[in-house]
Design a protein around this ligand. Structure first.
Ligand code: F6P
Length: 320
């Protein structure tokens, strides 16, 4: 393999830049050329290629966002879009492709490898942590740490005023950001898409905590259930305590990646290029039980994300 392409796609995630750096440097180490494709699949279809050298990826390991920029590309779901993408890869004589992104981006990668024979490797980059085959996705750790920083601050003021804070975090279908930031911040309640909630139960838990001497409550709500505003409104109707909503929003998608995300980025990028070097495509890389793994892309995208009920029970037992 002589020349590889690299793109970031879907929602950005802290650590994408560190992964770009790792891919580029590993490829150069093995004597390959790398072309960055800007704006994800949109740039692949529209031919937005830039050569990436050793120094093109200097000074980005610590930066959030993605140097290559990103997009959510509906055209890639159409046959015409896919054919145009393959034609552009052929035009630039790209022998293999690395796609950094989440579930939707992996579906595009799967089509390219399965239907058009382009050796493609997926690197999981999304704050959502919604891919079953890997224990962690790139950006999740940083996003949760950002949420923790904000929840810590909310706790200060909620305790002073004896209020309830309803904090909305990202996660349309997957409650992992709510689950992890809830446990790690000591939130009393988390509301996730995977588990139905009962407002009476929420009120009961709040009252129980107040009766035992607590002066504030934190409820973390995943956006897929409802907004913080909506939840706070419903809760205010049935509680005597003052409720305040906060939506963390896109702040949780930015910022300098944590050590954990930089380490994942270094290892994922390195592994992706090593696979291509060995002539292996159609795989995704990930981490399972602390080991860097790779898996067939078709198998990986067909796995349904399982919610960690054990962690949820842990929260129920220790946060009150
Ligand atoms: O997929 C990542 C993600 O941040 C989700 O958690 C969130 O629901 C979505 O992207 C937001 O998308 P956008 O930035 O397009 O509003």
């Amino acid at each position: 393999m002589k020349r590889i392409g690299l793109l970031t796609s879907g929602g950005d995630a802290p650590g994408m830049n560190a992964a770009i750096r790792s891919v580029v440097r590993t490829a150069i180490y093995f004597g390959m050329e790398v072309y960055g494709i800007e704006r994800g699949y949109a740039g692949l279809i529209d031919d937005e290629f830039v050569p990436l050298e050793m120094r093109s990826v200097s000074d980005i390991v610590q930066r959030g966002g993605t140097k290559l920029r990103t997009a959510r590309c509906l055209e890639m779901l159409t046959k015409e879009g896919q054919k145009q993408a393959v034609a552009t890869l052929d035009k630039h004589k790209i022998d293999g492709l690395v796609v950094i992104g989440g579930d939707g981006s992996f579906r595009g990668a799967k089509v390219l490898s399965e239907e058009y024979g382009v050796p493609t490797i997926g690197i999981p980059g999304t704050i959502d942590n919604d891919l079953q085959y890997t224990d962690y996705t790139l950006g999740f750790d940083t996003a949760v740490n950002t949420c923790l920083d904000i929840i810590n601050k909310l706790r200060d003021t909620m305790t002073s005023h004896e209020r309830i804070s309803v904090v909305e975090v990202m996660g349309r279908h997957c409650g992992d950001i709510a689950l992890y930031s809830g446990i790690a911040s000591g939130a009393e309640i988390i509301i996730v898409p995977e588990i139905n909630f009962d407002m009476e139960d929420v009120v009961m838990k709040i009252n129980r905590s107040r009766a035992s001497g607590k002066h504030s409550n934190i409820i973390v709500v995943a956006e897929g259930v409802m907004s913080a505003d909506q939840f706070a409104k419903q809760l205010q109707e049935v509680t005597e305590y003052t409720v305040r909503p906060t939506c963390i929003g896109h702040v949780q998608r930015g910022g300098s990646p944590s050590m954990a995300d930089r380490m994942l980025a270094a290892q994922f990028g390195n592994k992706a290029v090593r696979l291509l070097c060995e002539g292996i495509g159609n795989r995704v890389v990930g981490i399972h039980k602390n080991e860097i793994i790779d898996m067939d892309i078709i198998e990986a995208v067909s796995m349904k994300k399982q919610f960690n009920y054990e962690l949820y029970e842990t929260l129920q037992m220790i946060s009150m």
